[in-house]
Design a protein. Structure first.
Length: 291
């Protein structure tokens, strides 16, 4: 048996699960099948070298494929119309049971369409498939805490509470705007007032390198404490501008109109508890950014 045949044989038992994940994220049987096929092709291209948890790896890959498809759909302002939801087999059969199990209903699809792509993926993976935020985080290009917040935002809207997310957005705009103003003016006390005492700054490798080239001291993969984080941003961010990062207020450094660094924020109780500096091009490309 060839390696391709071995991989195909290993893949097949997981096809139904992957299709279920993809359908719940995308809301379209046709697109779900496309996502599963793309996952299979990626498996064929990359193999399984270094993969310890094969089912988990496949779920991660299909979720990333779905996230890309959602972002492309959003850019085209498309809403999927899935005729298969209305065309289930009339008789009781394993086929009907599987389709009914996969169907999430037209009403749910309409609500899901109001979520950002990252919120939708985080919510579906966690709430419907009980996947941990540690596993969801690399799919949406965020920390586990930020992934948890994305799922929480999605969950509130799914539960029919649209007013609170809008209040969240307004509060996020207010806090991020105050953070930007305090950073640009060098107001250390104002920065401390906005930051949680245990705030954590997370920076990817590209952001750390870029900060070093720009002579910004103190930037590391992980920095904890409001004093240390405030010192990093005090008197800086003059080139930053407010932006929508997956639907919520953040900052972007975009010289010449090209995003180079995205600064994403997680708030709890009106204070910033986590800041992510994202500069890796693949991660930036995966974010729904408007500025």
């Amino acid at each position: 048996m060839t390696e391709t045949e071995i991989l195909a044989e290993r893949f097949e038992p997981h096809r139904s699960h992957l299709r279920s994940v993809a359908y719940r994220i995308l809301g379209s049987q046709i697109e779900a099948d496309d996502a599963v096929q793309e996952t299979f092709l990626r498996l064929m291209r990359s193999g399984t070298s270094g993969v310890d948890n094969f089912p988990g790896w496949l779920t991660t890959i299909v979720a990333r494929v779905c996230l890309d498809m959602l972002r492309e759909r959003k850019s085209r302002r498309e809403v999927p119309v899935d005729a298969e939801v209305e065309a289930l087999p009339a008789t009781d059969s394993p086929e009907r049971e599987n389709l009914v199990a996969d169907s999430i209903g037209v009403a749910m699809l309409i609500v899901l369409e109001t979520l950002t792509p990252a919120e939708r993926v985080a919510f579906v993976l966690h709430d419907l498939f009980n996947i941990s935020f540690d596993e969801i985080a690399p799919v949406v290009g965020r920390s586990p805490l930020a992934a948890r917040q994305l799922a929480s935002r999605g969950r509130r809207r799914i539960q029919g509470a649209p007013a609170r997310p809008e209040a969240d957005r307004a509060r996020q705009r207010e806090v991020v705007g105050a953070f930007l103003a305090a950073s640009q003016s060098g107001d250390f006390s104002a920065l401390l007032a906005i930051l949680d005492p245990d705030v954590v700054l997370l920076a990817d490798a590209t952001a750390v390198e870029a900060s070093a080239r720009a002579n910004v001291p103190g930037v590391a993969p992980e920095v904890r404490g409001h004093d240390s984080v405030a010192n990093i941003f005090r008197g800086r961010a003059r080139a930053a501008q407010l932006a929508l990062v997956d639907g919520y207020s953040g900052l972007v450094f975009a010289p010449g109109g090209r995003p180079r660094v995205i600064v994403d924020f997680v708030l709890e109780n009106g204070r910033i508890v986590e800041i992510s500096m994202i500069a890796e091009s693949e991660r930036i490309a995966a974010i729904d950014l408007k500025f």
